[in-house]
Ligand binder design. Structure first.
Ligand SMILES: Cc1cc2nc3c(=O)[nH]c(=O)nc-3n(C[C@H](O)[C@H](O)[C@H](O)COP(=O)(O)OP(=O)(O)OC[C@H]3O[C@@H](n4cnc5c(N)ncnc54)[C@H](O)[C@@H]3O)c2cc1C
Length: 414
């Protein structure tokens, strides 16, 4: 007897978003609040993933204000960072001062990313057009000639097809969507990798988030209340040499950079306590093809320098909604609409990545190659001499290039 192949269920929606990270959740929320049927597919069962960056920048907080969500959002536990300090050799200085930004919140909020995403999900669920499917992994694109018409999805209940007027690839820097759509990736190169680790914090430790440069080492320490989240920069592929030298040698390097951690570096018990972030900086030449748009890391993977990846992802989502909601309300977004999103967001992406590549190649590579105790470069001496100059790095990091605002057309309060 011939076996009947089970029929794959098919769901239709106006917009299907692959990936429930900052870009996908914000876009899903914005479309649904405008009444556009939207399905967000997230492959994990929850948002509880470690080490994805916890920074919510002033420009993102401004967006939350424009959406009428800021007050409630800031009631969630978070820390506020108003300046960034640096220490080069023995010399310490303030490198960025957020307190003069022309934004409602003059600080970066540190909040675990899962809290941020949970918040957006809970707000999205207020709208009947918002459909968030967890444990739903996009496995393939569905095509009709040149047009992308949907996705195959693996769920705990089996396979599902979602057909949509528009698919948005917001599935991060290892995006299956951009790969299967054969969108050309321009790799800008990254000569560094980053090791992420946590060490407990004592009340008598310095209070400020701090970047430390010394004797061929770079480490950024983010004050997270009862612990330090540390980013230790290494040359690309340097992890094997570090492991070969042994965990004890690594602990000593950390203690050498921040001597007050000496009594706590033993908290790094195994290499499992130290996570490798392979840094990539790339971007798509074209972010779209018929029926498909990529945004966030799927369109442009960012270096961790400046911690701006989440912010760019959110800004992409806001720009996409500003451009696409009016066209969704009239019909189906065209190629021109998708090109308009890329045109709007390409300059901020290029400018931010250009700055990251300059810092990677001109500063970090040199520091990592040197064995000398560094002295303060003239650029940082200027920041020390004229404190008002510290507003510029704060503006670049905190607001980014060409910050987006929620358009009046979207602004129906929740
Ligand atoms: C270790 C580390 C530290 C970082 N620190 C910072 C920081 O401090 N500040 C900052 O701003 N940025 C930081 N970043 C970068 C930041 O995390 C990204 O730039 C940002 O999250 C991009 O958002 P996104 O929504 O585009 O993609 P992601 O956040 O990568 O979200 C993509 C989502 O898609 C899901 N997904 C992937 N594939 C599929 C699939 N096939 N089907 C369904 N779902 C899928 C993933 O599970 C994920 O939830 C850091 C990144 C890393 C790795």
């Amino acid at each position: 007897m011939p076996q009947n192949k089970p029929v794959t269920p098919v769901v239709y929606t106006r917009c299907c978003i692959a990936g429930g990270g900052p870009a996908g959740m914000m876009l899903g929320y914005l479309l649904a609040r405008s009444g556009i049927e939207t399905v967000v597919l997230e492959k994990h069962a929850d948002f509880l993933r470690d080490f994805r960056g916890d920074t919510i920048h002033p420009s993102t907080l401004e967006v939350m204000h424009e959406l009428g969500l800021l007050e409630e959002f800031l009631q969630r536990p978070h820390d506020q960072m108003r300046q960034v300090d640096g220490q080069v050799g023995d010399e310490r200085l303030t490198m960025a001062d957020f307190t003069h930004l022309p934004t409602r919140c003059k600080f970066i909020a540190f909040m675990p990313q899962w809290d941020f995403l949970d918040f957006l999900a809970s707000k999205g669920r207020n709208y009947p057009a918002f459909h968030l499917h967890m444990q739903s992994e996009v496995t393939a694109l569905l095509k009709d000639n040149e047009r992308i018409v949907g996705v195959s999805v693996q769920t705990p209940q089996g396979e599902l097809e979602i057909h949509a007027d528009l698919l948005v690839g917001a599935d991060g820097r290892h995006s299956i969507v951009r790969e299967q759509a054969q969108l050309e990736v321009q790799n800008l190169g990254a000569p560094i990798d980053v090791l992420w680790l946590r060490i407990s914090r004592k009340a008598e430790d310095p209070a400020q988030t701090l970047g430390r440069i010394d004797n061929g080492h770079i480490m950024v320490m983010l004050n997270r209340g009862d612990y330090w989240q540390c980013a230790y920069v290494i040359p690309k592929g340097g992890i094997d040499a570090i492991k070969a030298a042994g965990l004890d040698a690594f602990r000593k390097e950390i203690a050498g950079l921040a001597p007050y951690l000496s009594d706590r570096v033993a908290e790094l018990k195994t290499w499992d306590d130290i996570k490798l972030l392979t840094v990539a900086v790339d971007r798509l030449r074209r972010w779209h093809r018929p029926g498909l748009l990529c945004i966030g890391d799927a369109a442009h993977a960012m270096s961790p320098i400046g911690g701006v990846g989440i912010n760019l992802a959110i800004q992409d989502a806001v720009a996409s909604a500003n451009i696409l909601v009016p066209t969704f309300l009239r019909g189906t977004p065209t190629q021109n609409d998708l090109a308009a999103v890329q045109a709007r967001r390409m300059f901020p992406t290029r400018a931010t990545q250009w700055m990251q590549v300059q810092i990677q190649n001109r500063v970090m590579t040199r520091v990592l190659a040197s064995t000398q105790r560094p002295t303060l470069p003239w650029q940082l001496k200027l920041l020390r001499a004229w404190p008002w100059l510290r507003r510029w790095p704060a503006r670049f990091v905190g607001m980014g290039v060409r910050p987006e605002h929620v358009s009046a057309a979207l602004n129906r309060k929740s």
